[in-house]
Design a protein around this ligand. Structure first.
Ligand SMILES: Cc1cc2nc3c(=O)[nH]c(=O)nc-3n(C[C@H](O)[C@H](O)[C@H](O)COP(=O)(O)OP(=O)(O)OC[C@H]3O[C@@H](n4cnc5c(N)ncnc54)[C@H](O)[C@@H]3O)c2cc1C
Length: 637
């Protein structure tokens, strides 16, 4: 195991081992997952999870080994779920399973509409709340650095006059009182004029990439050899080694505005949700394959798989060439220090104020320490219980006339039970299919059509970023070759929040972030996600560490990168089911019948809420799903 020079072995042990349950530590050497991604025995080695950083999130970065193992034992029906075998039984009016943004959206609605005396228990299988919207924290030689674990950034939404009538981002932005102005670092005028994305996506978005100094690396010759094309779109690809024909195709695609107009959203669904974006580009517009491959960078980053797998309707919703006009050039993305963990913290502060130290100022909410003990106190109308995996949810008797739902969850190796008036499953279908024991066949089949893609967010803490400065870039994109890791990485202009003042100085620490999908264009959808999950879950921390530093050497050794001096630490955030892939037909296609329409119906006293139902996952609509689920069940409590 190699360490960056600023991470001591003790830090590593604290981060990596203490957060892992005894069952995992005591396990036999790691066994591989079966080729079909199913049925093989699950057991992750002690070197799987790795360093978790410092601070409140250090034991919960990506899916924990316990979560992965418990989930797979559940899938293989290896966990007893009999209510008669539980150690304790509690009663609650409402149980919310999942403390991600969808679950928090449900909890917020409950907190506003609950009747006196009603109680709600929220359960989540991770050691901290937030789901995919969590953060990592490093301490590099006394400099505190915070980065996102997954959910990343946003556009500041429009102001709304009536919150209750609004939905999505504008509604929650207003309701939670999130500020609309933020502070970022200015670069000293005498410095090289580098441009930075404030988040980890902006440099991939057509039209917004001009705000960032982006380098494209084209491999050529022996490993490590190649050329950089800086700001290649601004230079109309003239500085790339691409052939004339490839440049012409890419430029034609990149500069295309909306080639189709639709009178309504429904019309757009029927016309576009019947083909992939790649099919749209190649069959409808007769563009060469270069366009679809370049589009993969953004689509796989935002939806898990590339343009061969993603519905053309999603490309119409997202700012993709040929289906939308370029975004206005003054539009900017924003990212809180820990990405959309910032929104989660706003929800939690509103729901259980003592859970985050300090006042309800922006600074305190974003940077205050978390008090886990405040989450689950007797007598609170809302209690949040972490490290608790729900393994069985079932109505007492017939779901149409039942008076209660039985919930079984496992915590600390023991089984616990709850009798609830209603249950919101704010978790994904990959889990709900196994947890909800009396799920009607049509729901089960509808969930069976969902496809979930894995994802890895790797945060590398740097002691300095001279090697990027020498190249004149703050974001890198590479044409991935055999054995390469990832596709893109960047350093953000980090948001300044009160006393949290991360530097933006090439001699000072910063975080280099790799957003890494696992897509294999050309393979069937399910084969792509299964293979990706195998890569994600079968690779140990030291193996990923080696691959990431090797990739950085390939890209940056010639501009002076030296891992022994420049790297202070690495945190891996592995998400086994990061995104629901919005494939052609996800939204109903030509028939107008979408699997999600079935899932959005209430099943007795159980309702389903997860951002996967939205199609391309996003923070505001995630909370809307939770609110919808609560309102469907309000009369059952
Ligand atoms: C890499 C990445 C980048 C993203 N970037 C952006 C972005 O820039 N902007 C944006 O708006 N959105 C982004 N998103 C999407 C957005 O973050 C998600 O849509 C949203 O956070 C998901 O919220 P959720 O509550 O639906 O699900 P989740 O966050 O998945 O929360 C569900 C919770 O339920 C838990 N759970 C599941 N099963 C059980 C069980 N049986 N028992 C107990 N607990 C259980 C899960 O572990 C999890 O904690 C990104 C997502 C990813 C993965």
């Amino acid at each position: 195991m190699s360490f960056g020079p600023h991470i001591t072995r003790r830090d590593f042990l604290n981060g990596a081992l203490l957060g892992v349950g005894g069952a995992v530590l005591g396990c036999a050497p790691r066994r591989q997952i079966g080729q079909d991604g199913a049925r093989a025995h699950w057991s992750l080695g002690p070197d799987w999870y790795g360093y978790g950083g410092v601070g409140d999130y250090r034991f919960s970065h990506g899916n924990t080994p316990e979560v992965v193992e418990t989930a797979h034992r559940m899938r293989d029906r290896g966990l007893p779920a009999d209510f008669a075998r539980v150690d304790t039984i509690e009663n609650h009016d409402l149980v919310i399973v999942g403390a991600g943004i969808a679950g928090l959206g449900a909890a917020l609605e409950y907190s506003k509409k609950r009747r006196t005396g009603q109680t709600c228990l929220m359960l989540d299988n991770h050691p901290i709340f937030g789901g995919e919207a969590k953060e990592n924290e490093f301490d590099v030689g006394g400099v505190r650095l915070i980065g996102p674990q997954g959910s990343n950034g946003f556009f500041v939404p429009a102001v709304v006059s009536d919150v209750e009538k609004a939905s999505g981002d504008p509604r929650y932005y207003a309701e939670l009182g999130v500020p609309r102005q933020f502070r970022f670092r200015d670069r000293p005028l005498e410095e090289k004029p580098l441009r930075f994305s404030p988040d980890n996506y902006e440099y991939l978005v057509r039209g917004l990439e001009r705000h960032t100094s982006v380098g494209h690396f084209f491999s050529a010759g022996p490993p490590g050899e190649g050329t950089w094309a800086i700001d290649m779109w601004e230079r109309r690809l003239a500085n790339t080694p691409l052939s004339e024909a490839a440049r012409a195709t890419l430029l034609q695609w990149y500069t295309l505005g909306a080639t189709r107009q639709f009178a309504s959203d429904e019309q757009a669904v029927r016309a576009l949700d019947i083909m992939s974006y790649q099919e749209f580009l190649e069959k409808e517009l007769h563009l060469g394959p270069e366009a679809a491959r370049y589009a993969d960078l953004f689509l796989a980053s935002a939806c898990g798989l590339g343009s061969d797998a993603i519905s053309a309707y999603v490309a119409y919703q997202l700012p993709m060439p040929a289906l939308t006009e370029p975004l206005p050039s003054d539009l900017r993305r924003v990212s809180f220090p820990g990405g959309n963990s910032g929104f989660v913290r706003y929800f939690v502060k509103r729901l259980i104020p003592d859970a985050i130290a300090g006042t309800d100022s922006f600074e305190d909410i974003i940077t205050g320490r978390i008090d886990l003990d405040a989450l689950d106190r007797t007598g609170q109308p809302l209690r949040v219980r972490l490290r608790s995996t729900v393994i069985a949810v079932e109505h007492e008797g017939d779901s149409r006339s039942s008076g209660a739902v039985r919930v079984v969850y496992t915590r600390g190796g023991r089984l616990h039970g709850i009798r609830a008036g209603a249950v919101i499953m704010a978790t994904g279908g990959w889990m709900n299919r196994y947890a909800v024991r009396d799920m009607p066949p049509e729901y089960y089949e509808a969930y069976g059509r969902f496809v979930h893609a894995p994802y890895l967010v790797a945060n590398v803490a740097l002691t300095n970023w001279r090697f990027l400065h020498r190249l004149g870039i703050t974001a890198a994109i590479w044409d991935r070759g055999e054995g390469d890791f990832g596709y893109t990485c960047n350093i953000r202009n980090p948001m300044q929040v009160g006393h949290y003042q991360p530097p933006l100085d090439l001699e000072q620490p910063t975080i280099l972030t790799f957003y890494t999908p696992f897509h294999h264009p050309g393979l069937p959808l399910r084969a792509q996600v299964t293979q990706g999950r195998m890569e994600l879950l079968n690779t140990s921390y030291p193996e990923f560490e080696r691959k990431i530093y090797a990739q950085m050497m390939k890209l940056f050794a010639r501009s002076g990168f030296n891992p022994a001096k420049d790297v202070a630490g690495l945190i891996l955030n592995r998400w086994g089911h990061a995104y629901s892939v919005p494939f052609p037909g996800f939204f109903g296609g030509a028939s107008g019948r979408a699997p999600r329409d079935i899932i959005r119906n209430r099943h007795g006293r159980i309702a389903f809420a997860h951002s996967e139902l939205v199609g391309w996952q996003h923070w505001g609509p995630a909370a809307d799903e939770g609110r919808r689920a609560f309102n469907q069940l309000a009369d059952a409590m």
